[in-house]
Write a protein that binds this ligand. Structure first.
Ligand code: HEM
Ligand code: HEM
Length: 178
């Protein structure tokens, strides 16, 4: 349904992409927290290999999602949302997009510095993002771990916002993504 202000809820494609990324991220953190601590000389096998595969899948889906988002209109916001709240929510969404592209790239650069081959979905070879042994690439592994924590904090803010709409404002914001 469309009116002059835009559609009433997110399109099927946007909804499928949103919830696919949520599922992939839950799996990705579960893998990251159970995989062995990574030291020099290790190979990307087992859970570490799965972490690389799911991580590149998240990057690919996010790039598709970004193109989709930039080429489609956002649904109309319920009138219960004040202008400052709308700005905070838009800012949070932009930050989520940025973090979900930057985080896999940082992990990929670190994997390359470790001399690990990186494959999209674990199958299609991707070029290295840094030279093997590069000190910068190795350091980006620490940045990757820290940015993952920042992502969790932003997701917590996002989910708190969704619950605020659902339980307190009781408007249709959450229904637009279901
Ligand atoms: C959104 C996607 C991703 C998330 C949420 C994520 C999350 C994490 C987290 C939480 C850790 C720290 C694990 C720990 O020490 O407790 C980690 C480590 C790591 N991740 Fe990712 N990751 C993602 C994508 C990727 C990708 C695409 C790659 C490589 C292709 C990658 C490669 C690595 C490597 C090599 C480490 C070890 C870093 C080090 O300790 O030096 N990650 N990741
Ligand atoms: C891994 C966790 C999550 C991530 C990374 C994430 C990411 C995003 C992003 C980037 C958007 C902006 C969509 C756009 O405009 O293109 C969005 C919208 C939305 N998300 Fe999430 N989300 C997550 C979890 C959740 C959960 C658990 C809920 C529900 C409880 C939720 C509910 C919503 C709603 C209702 C919107 C639309 C909000 C609006 O337009 O004002 N999200 N999400």
């Amino acid at each position: 349904m469309r009116d002059s202000a835009g559609p009433a809820r997110y399109s099927m494609v946007a909804r499928v992409l949103h919830w696919s990324v949520v599922a992939l991220i839950v799996i990705q953190f579960a893998i990251a927290w159970t995989m062995p601590d990574i030291h020099g000389g290790m190979r990307p096998v087992g859970l570490i290999g799965w972490h690389l595969s799911f991580g590149t899948a998240i990057l690919a889906v996010m790039l598709v999602r970004l193109v989709w988002r930039l080429s489609h209109r956002e649904p109309v916001a319920p009138e219960t949302i004040s202008a400052p709240l709308r700005r905070i929510s838009r800012g949070t969404h932009a930050l989520l997009y940025a973090l979900l592209v930057a985080l896999p790239l940082l992990g990929w650069a670190n994997a390359s510095a470790r001399g690990w081959p990186v494959r999209l979905f674990g199958a299609i070879p991707l070029p290295p993002l840094s030279a093997t042994g590069s000190p910068l690439g190795l350091w980006l592994g620490d940045v990757h771990g820290t940015v993952a924590i920042v992502l969790l904090a932003v997701i917590a803010l996002h989910v708190a916002g969704a619950l605020y709409h659902l339980l307190i404002l009781r408007d249709r914001t959450v229904q637009r993504m279901l």
